[in-house]
Ligand binder design. Structure first.
Ligand code: COA
Length: 433
């Protein structure tokens, strides 16, 4: 085989040429968050009219998702296991598909649907050995890249060179398109007073030596601000966000007590602001690994004292949670919620926390409900949830009867909604509360 520099030169083409190799009927998977290959996707949208029945598999897009424009769906059809701001509306209007799937099974699901023909990724320029990092959104890519017929990469010098299983050799890539693009940032999270209170309750359930999974949003970021006095924490999480950077730098998270990946913070993707991207660049303390590993409950449970913190749209009096659908519309996805709740429950000393504000829509809707909304999915079942936390306290559900659970849940509901929840309790359990 020629040396990698020769291969690079031979395969270095324009976006127009690289995308011209995509054919009608192809299944395409795309790297997501900061690793989204924006230049390749824009070119694919430009060439959309010549394509028919292309299936596009995607996770969380930080771009404008030009492929979701009305009229393009016959040419390029979006398939997502997680929806975001730019894809939600198209799916609601029937121009794209939502696929319920546990995140750790995503590679297996792609195989079951016939496999992937084309992989569109972003990479850093190669190092002296010809290896490129795939940046921050690797999750399913290491799992499927060897089974993919065509790999096209946007070579983006602005992409952080993240460690772990994020590397691909130039010889594995069929076409390389050089194009520098700034990495989009998530808007910095402003932590509300309610989130601070929830964060304080969650932090009270965390002890020195625990290994954490923290999701996205205000609540995980609020939890992090209460962990500055904790020691020897570990991080094994689906998504890394800004919140953990200061804890790792200050040594609160040192991963010393982990049983696996000891000494390393681990996630399968990362999304946040430049602060996070700069921290991840070339940092051997942080590794990305495939989602089939990071999110597998059997792997998660190999660490002791795993604490998972997730959120949801609503929880009923039995402890069933809908984390995906808002007012009948698919809002996000199953993601890694169940992966981590199961992993935490299986871990020795583990704890699974569901943390949510007690109300939505400026206090007009209770998130603690007698019944989940009509048609809403049970993302997390009642037998899975251990702690539910709101700004009014901690409900401990595991090991409790339905009657005991309902009492716990009413106690952490917003006072404005407790009377109607009590009325349902009295109807259901034939006793006054
Ligand atoms: N009724 C009506 N609307 C509701 C509602 C309810 N019960 N609960 C929330 N909403 C609305 C909010 O007002 C908000 O509307 P807006 O976008 O117009 O402001 C929207 O739904 C999102 O709610 P919010 O509380 O801002 O969501 P979040 O950013 O905290 O995310 C989930 C919460 C549940 C969507 C998110 O955690 C998720 O997708 N979870 C599933 C996947 C997962 O847990 N993965 C593992 C961790 S990475």
């Amino acid at each position: 085989m020629a040396d990698w520099k020769t291969i690079y030169q031979e395969r270095n083409v324009t976006a127009e040429e690289a995308i011209s190799y995509i054919k009608s009927g192809d299944s395409i998977s795309v790297a997501h968050v900061g690793s989204e290959p924006f230049v390749l996707l824009e070119e694919m949208v430009r060439q959309a009219e010549r394509l028919r029945d292309v299936h596009l598999y995607f996770l969380l897009s930080l771009g404008d998702a030009g492929y979701m424009q009305p009229g393009l769906e016959k040419h390029i059809r979006f398939h997502g296991i997680f929806l975001g701001n730019s894809t939600r509306k198209g799916v609601a209007e029937g121009r794209g598909e939502y696929l319920p799937c546990y995140f750790h099974q995503y590679p297996a699901m792609l195989r079951a649907r016939g496999g992937i023909d084309v992989l569109l990724i972003s990479v850093t320029p190669p190092d002296k050995h010809g290896y490129c990092s795939m940046g921050m959104g690797i999750d399913h890519i290491p799992d499927i890249k060897d089974e993919t017929k065509l790999i096209i990469a946007q070579v983006n010098p602005a992409l952080p060179r993240v460690m772990g299983n994020s590397f691909i050799h130039v010889s594995e890539i069929d076409y390389l398109v050089e194009a520098e693009r700034q990495i989009p940032e998530l808007a910095p999270v402003e932590i509300t007073e309610v989130e601070k209170q929830i964060g304080a309750y969650c932090a009270s359930l965390i002890q020195d030596g625990d290994t954490l999974q923290l999701g996205i949003g205000g609540i995980p970021d609020a939890v992090v601000t209460f962990l500055k006095e904790k020691n020897d924490l570990g991080l094994h999480t689906e998504m890394a966000a800004d919140g953990v950077v200061d804890l790792i730098r200050a040594g609160n998270i040192n991963n010393r007590r982990k049983n696996i990946n000891r000494g390393k913070s681990v996630s399968t993707f990362a999304a946040g602001t430049k602060k996070l991207y700069d921290f991840l660049d070339d940092n051997p303390a942080f590794e990305l690994h495939p989602v089939s590993y990071v999110n597998h409950p059997n792997v998660i449970s190999q660490n002791d004292n795993v604490v998972s913190i997730n959120s949801c749209i609503q929880v009923d009096l039995m402890g069933q949670a809908n984390a995906e659908v808002v007012k009948g519309m698919q809002f996000s996805g199953v993601g890694g919620q169940i992966d981590f709740i199961r992993g935490a429950n299986m871990s020795r000393g583990g704890r699974a926390i569901m943390a949510l504000p007690s109300t939505a829509a400026n206090g007009t809707i209770s998130k603690i409900v007698p019944f989940l909304d009509h048609g809403a999915p049970v993302t997390t079942g009642r037998a899975e949830i251990n702690y539910v936390v709101t700004e009014y306290g901690i409900a401990q559900l595991w090991g409790k009867t339905l009657r005991e659970r309902a009492r716990e849940m009413i106690a952490i509901a917003h006072p404005d909604f407790r009377e109607e929840l009590k009325a349902e309790y009295e109807r259901r359990f034939f006793e006054k509360l």
